[in-house]
Design a protein around this ligand. Structure first.
Ligand code: SAH
Length: 202
């Protein structure tokens, strides 16, 4: 997976490649889908949601430029896989999910896989997590019509918001940096995610 799907496609951060080599992805898919865990596709995890394609997780993590010890908010826990990769990068991770069953299952899977330090929260992640703000980075694994202002406001100065922006069919993964002059989009690549449902989503 790391060699063929990530390295060969231009993921360059060695820390991201190593972290994704270490996290057992099969621990985050459903029992019946374990053999599909390393395929180059998003895989269903129930409740009409998916564990993101490995390449998309790598893109998000690389774009977030997370350093050890930084505080990160992961919006859209889903299976918990992305949260585990962020934890493997050394971040203090808070992960928020709106579907109770997914949040509970992800929490179990994170503990079983050795990432019990990740805090999973049930709620509307389009509004962030004000009680734990500010964050060095906020990653969003679901597409929004525009970068949610409330998430931007929960970044430290120089912090990075990584979020897919667009309609339900076509989106771009944007990296929005908090600067003294306001939001600066520093990077943008085509992508496709499930919709962010909520106050500042769809
Ligand atoms: N990062 C996940 C991918 C999950 S797919 C993984 O690695 O498996 C996106 C997830 O975002 C879904 O589980 C969906 O329920 C969740 N989601 C959508 N809108 C949300 C919102 N407003 N707040 C929190 N979670 C949301």
């Amino acid at each position: 997976m790391v060699a063929e799907q990530l390295d060969a496609r231009g993921i360059r951060d060695p820390r991201v490649l190593e972290a994704m080599g270490r996290v057992p992805r099969e621990a985050f898919t459903d029992e019946d889908d374990r053999k599909r865990a390393y395929e180059d596709i998003p895989v269903q995890i129930g409740w009409a949601q998916t564990i993101s394609q490995p390449y998309m997780v790598a893109l998000i993590c690389e774009a977030a430029a997370v350093r050890p010890g930084q505080k990160v908010l992961d919006v859209g826990t889903g299976s918990g896989y992305q949260a585990a990769v962020l934890a493997e990068l050394g971040a203090e991770v808070f992960s928020i999910e709106r579907i109770r069953q997914l949040a509970e299952r992800a929490e179990d899977k994170l503990v079983t896989a050795g990432y019990g330090q990740v805090t999973v929260v049930l709620g509307d992640g389009s509004l962030g997590l004000p009680e734990e703000a500010p964050f060095d980075a906020i990653t969003v694994a679901a597409a929004a019509p525009e970068p949610p202002p409330t998430l931007y406001d929960q970044l430290v100065a120089g912090g990075r918001l990584v979020v897919p922006i667009g309609n339900r069919r076509a989106q771009r993964l944007e990296v929005v940096v908090r600067t003294p002059e306001g939001p600066a989009v520093v990077h943008s690549v085509p992508c496709r995610f499930v919709p962010l449902v909520g106050e500042e989503g769809y």
